[in-house]
Design a protein around this ligand. Structure first.
Ligand code: RIB
Ligand code: CA
Length: 324
């Protein structure tokens, strides 16, 4: 008699992701969370001009993967400016280094010689259909360039989960626009119009999911280089942010996009139509969300509206960071 096979419970395969990013304090937390999460397989990091110029965000991405003890994660430099418009940066929030608040060593290793777009094209070409998730955490320039250069590879993309946009909250870098979309609205219009499964983590959710009062103390209490770096970054991020927004603690925008990948049950949102304003100088970069289905426009985006348990969310993130 052949013994029954063990009905081992198989953990699902890790979700293969490419993080497109402009570190950036909140980007740093998001990258660290991804690298600490066995549910995710980080194929590589691509960088884009955003919070600070692209050469700086690229060196920062190298610093972050090395801090995480994952120096083998490839970092590929990408677009140095938006598709059409002049570059915009956010040094007033992130400091000149982009990740002020910690005494970062210089990166031990350089970024890859291969450009970000070449890396994404090569990776998607070798990928099975719908097998790679893109996680953009900055302006969408690289993703738009990829979709324009290699539209035939869209079917290799499983989904896009991005941080960006604002509707009920208005904007954070213009009255009607959130920074990532404002910097390159033409790129955002291409991505939101690509017909690829898309989820957006907007400031509607992040601005109402501030880090808890215990956050910095618990990071510092980890007694690790990651904990020290995160506590230092958060202290700086709070000072700069509070001066501008007047909140006591801060929304770690990008880390919520990564948390949505890991724990969607902690969030609530709605599949609906989202369009990008690219013509009006008054409302350029606005994400126009048809939340009440007033039009027949395609439902192209899951718009994440709120976190259902903020203390649980940050407790889970802290537990993951503690493993690095
Ligand atoms: O508006 C917040 C977004 O802009 C975040 O991604 C932050 O890192 C900045 O890029
Ligand atoms: Ca970012």
């Amino acid at each position: 008699m052949i013994p029954p096979t063990q009905n081992r419970t198989h953990a699902p395969m890790p979700e293969r992701i490419i993080i497109d990013t402009d570190p950036g304090h909140d980007d740093a937390f998001a990258i660290l969370l991804a690298l600490a999460s066995p549910e995710l397989d980080v194929l590589g990091i691509t960088t884009v001009a955003g919070n600070v110029p692209v050469a700086v965000v690229t060196a920062n991405a190298r610093r972050i993967v090395e801090l995480a003890g994952r120096p083998g994660i490839p970092v590929h430099q990408g677009a140095e400016r938006p598709l059409l418009r002049d570059p915009m940066h956010a040094a007033d929030i992130h400091g000149d280094t982009g990740i002020d608040g910690y005494d970062w060593p210089a990166p031990a290793n350089p970024p890859e010689a291969e450009h970000a777009l070449d890396f994404m094209v090569r990776t998607l070409t070798a990928a099975e259909p719908r097998s790679v998730t893109l996680v953009p955490l900055g302006p969408l320039t690289n993703i738009a360039l990829l979709l324009r250069r290699a539209p035939h590879l869209s079917d290799r993309i499983r989904r896009i989960v991005l941080m960006g946009g604002g509707f009920f909250e208005g904007g954070n870098y213009a009255p009607a626009a959130e920074f990532n979309i404002l910097v390159d609205p033409e790129a955002a219009a291409i991505v939101f119009g690509a017909g690829i499964e898309l989820a957006a983590m907007p400031i509607d959710c992040t601005n109402n999911t501030l880090t808890p009062d215990w956050w910095i103390g618990r990071l510092a209490a980890l007694g690790t280089r990651v904990g020290d770096a995160c506590a230092g970054m958060q202290r700086f991020f709070e000072i700069a942010g509070n001066r501008k927004y007047g909140t006591r603690t801060r929304p770690l925008h990008d880390v919520l996009a990564m948390a949505y990948l890991l724990w969607p049950d902690l969030f609530a949102g709605r599949l609906c139509n989202v369009e990008i304003e690219t013509n009006s100088e008054l409302t350029r970069g606005a994400t126009v969300v048809d939340w009440w289905y007033r039009t027949t426009r395609p439902h192209n985006c899951t718009w994440v509206r709120q976190c259902l348990d903020t203390p649980e969310l940050y407790t889970r993130i802290l537990a993951r960071l503690a493993t690095l």
